[in-house]
Ligand binder design. Structure first.
Ligand SMILES: NC(=O)C1=CN([C@@H]2O[C@H](COP(=O)(O)OP(=O)(O)OC[C@H]3O[C@@H](n4cnc5c(N)ncnc54)[C@H](O)[C@@H]3O)[C@@H](O)[C@H]2O)C=CC1
Ligand SMILES: O=C(O)C1=N[C@H](C(=O)O)C[C@H](O)C1
Length: 215
């Protein structure tokens, strides 16, 4: 597969290039703050840049008309409307967390919702590396959206080189249930990105989440 990376020089961009190279795929397009370089038209573009780069990503996909796999967080409802507009023309696969484990955890939250009533306390905590620009994480926001509460306590830590830990605590006056996921390598995410990019080649235009690809 001939692919491109927007956010090429970043932590995720570099990790994606490493795994995709091992898988035998060819990097033909790259873009970051320093500029862009294209050897030939990619079949799919992967975006792990920043919220402030999103408008440029939209322009690139509009121009190249290729599939987009996007993991960039900090996106708002207007950004999602743009992704849905792009998805009228090309496949768009979006996830705030491409790890298998978080997708399992989100399924478990759906199960917990059936038993936990308003008498339970629910709090979400996330820990990431000191360089992460957005807070709380996109994953924490996504997990919170799965829980039927108007307001949820969110806690964020920015420590060292933590790759990403998420914990959801459900507590009544008699017990506590903790769901926790910890990434100890960016491979937790890049493997899901690889699955998604390879799947994108066979998809019709449309908007997909990583959960859609896994199912
Ligand atoms: N969905 C998921 O599974 C995961 C999502 N992420 C998200 O991916 C994003 C990137 O994370 P990191 O790689 O750690 O960040 P980073 O700060 O290491 O890299 C950001 C990249 O974006 C580039 N960039 C900035 N402005 C740009 C512009 N205007 N045009 C093109 N490129 C531009 C930078 O040059 C850099 O290459 C963040 O939003 C993070 O939350 C990170 C890990 C997993
Ligand atoms: O910035 C990161 O590193 C990560 N960001 C994503 C998020 O904001 O949820 C996903 C993962 O936790 C790593």
């Amino acid at each position: 597969m001939k692919y491109g990376i927007i956010g090429y020089s970043g932590r995720m961009g570099q990790a994606i290039e490493e795994l995709f190279s091992e898988a035998g795929h060819q990097l033909v397009y790259q873009k970051d703050e320093a500029g862009e370089k294209e050897l030939e038209k990619p079949e799919v573009i992967i975006d792990f840049s920043l919220k402030e780069a999103f408008a440029e990503t939209v322009k690139v996909i509009e121009q190249k008309q290729v599939a987009l796999v996007i993991g960039t967080t900090g996106l708002d409802q207007d950004d999602f409307a743009e992704l849905k507009r792009l998805a009228e023309e090309v496949p768009v696969i979006q996830s705030f967390n491409f790890s298998i484990g978080i997708n399992i955890l989100s399924e478990l939250i759906n199960k917990v919702n059936q038993y936990v009533d308003q008498d339970w306390d629910i709090e979400i905590s996330e820990t990431h590396h000191r360089f992460k620009k957005d807070k709380p994480s996109g994953t924490a926001i996504m997990l919170g959206d799965l829980i039927d509460r108007d307001e949820l306590e969110m806690h964020s830590k920015r420590l060292g080189s933590e790759f990403g830990e998420h914990e959801v605590d459900f507590a009544s006056t008699g017990e506590v249930l903790t769901l926790k996921h910890r990434a100890y390598s960016r491979e937790a995410f890049t493997r899901g990105v690889l699955i998604s990019a390879e799947a994108a080649l066979d998809l019709d235009a449309g908007f997909y989440t990583f959960k859609d690809i896994l199912n």
